[in-house]
Design a protein around this ligand. Sequence first.
Ligand code: NDP
Ligand code: 8X3
Length: 255
Amino acid sequence: MTSFTDRTVFITGATSGFGAAAARRFAAAGARLVICGRRAGRLEALTAELGPAPIRALTLDVRDRAAVFEAIAALPSPFDAIDVLVNNAGLALGLEPAHQANLEDWDKMVDTNIKGLMYCTRAVLPGMVTRNHGHIINLGSIAGSHPYPGGNAYGGTKAFVKQFSLNLRADLYGSKVRVTNIEPGLCETEFSVVRFHGDAERAAQVYEGTTPLTADDIAECIFWSAALPAHVNINSIEVMPVAQTFAGARVYKEC
Ligand code: NDP
Ligand code: 8X3
């Protein structure tokens, strides 16, 4: 297993859910951290919680291309030599069928899940290639492979993440930079509260009566793929709770 002492791990969307859990997991392994998100107060709290760990917090909206490049270029040594980028910032908005979906929601998902992830990757990757060392870990979703009603644009953004991850591997032929796509299913975080625009009651119903995955489960998958020996590349991890399974292609009798 790789040691994370003297390694820098950059995590987007560290103010909640998987990102915060991954920050805790890597900090426990001795990593140096760069954490980002839009909610400065949450970043401050996490920085205080992780205490002596070397940590830099960036209040950053990954949709802002110039801000992403400026923030990453301005990182002081040794935080600038990023060993692991966890491209986790993302969201689902809405569950309406495509013909009723809100276009603003679709724009936000594309801007965050696709464009934000591309900006962070493009800003960090040249340094990794120059050092011939690094690991990009993207947060895809089972929604990128398996359609479900209302998944429409969200599933489309995660299909992008899946294909982008594979194409990065193709471009990185000959380098030692690794790429992994983590594809979780149902996991209880703030994800559904965000999806339902702050309706916590509706969000809670999603998980009612089930045992969903936890943020710590996903942080462990992220950490494990990063901690494997440097010659091992996990292309993807698709992970679901036992409670979740595939409904299969459905046939509507009257159609
Ligand atoms: P949370 O809502 O708990 O966390 C999402 C994180 O993304 C927050 O830290 C949020 O920070 C950050 N974020 C959102 N938009 C931006 C932005 N524009 N700029 C910077 N940060 C942003 O959700 P999860 O932890 O569950 O989700 C993390 C990732 O995992 C997402 O990509 C999601 O699509 C994916 N995923 C989630 C699953 C689930 O069931 N929970 C399953 C499969 C994949 P802030 O608001 O402070 O900016
Ligand atoms: C989140 C998992 O199944 O709600 O990406 O789309 S799902």
